[in-house]
Design a protein around this ligand. Structure first.
Ligand SMILES: Cc1cc2nc3c(=O)[nH]c(=O)nc-3n(C[C@H](O)[C@H](O)[C@H](O)COP(=O)(O)O)c2cc1C
Length: 141
């Protein structure tokens, strides 16, 4: 789940599973956003964004932020990070990032971010999306 601020400091967020770690030094991650994403301009223009890594009990947040709705944050537990971006509670990790570059990638934009701050839980397993279904992480192979 990626959050940022749109015009007027309006918090916005979108469910994203196209996330990857990119570099350790400097610490960089990337996300990939469809050109059709609502508020795409805000994600491309606001230098600050946050990646909220959902735990296996946070399926509802994934569903909420993948729906077309302008009031995603109503009734949600979130804080405002140092970056000003919404940081959701109860996540496995929250990465506060500064956008470094944007690359075209077919019908998506690849947004690269420098990880400025990490907050993480000590325990918990991630929410998985596989074969079109939400799932728990499986056994170690
Ligand atoms: C599990 C899941 C993963 C998704 N991953 C991405 C993604 O990596 N990139 C993306 O642009 N949209 C992704 N989407 C779609 C968006 O979350 C969202 O549904 C779509 O952008 C429509 O909402 P909008 O009103 O923000 O445009 C994903 C949706 C789901 C349910």
């Amino acid at each position: 789940m990626v959050t940022t601020l749109a015009a007027g400091d309006h918090p916005i967020g979108v469910t994203v599973n196209a996330f990857a770690s990119l570099s350790l030094e400097p610490p960089l991650i990337l996300i990939s956003l469809a050109r059709t994403t609502a508020h795409l301009r805000a994600y491309l223009e606001n230098e600050q964004f946050a990646v909220n890594m959902l735990g296996e009990d946070q399926r509802n947040l994934s569903i909420t932020f993948s729906s077309q709705n302008d009031n995603h944050f109503a009734g949600l537990d979130f804080a405002t990070g140092e970056s000003g971006c919404p940081v959701l509670g109860g996540c496995l990790a929250n990465l506060e990032c500064t956008r470094t570059t944007v690359h075209e990638g077919g019908d998506h934009f690849i947004v690269v971010g420098h990880v400025d701050r990490i907050h993480h839980a000590d325990i918990g397993d991630p929410l998985i999306f596989f074969r079109g279904e939400y799932a728990r992480i499986g056994d170690v192979v």
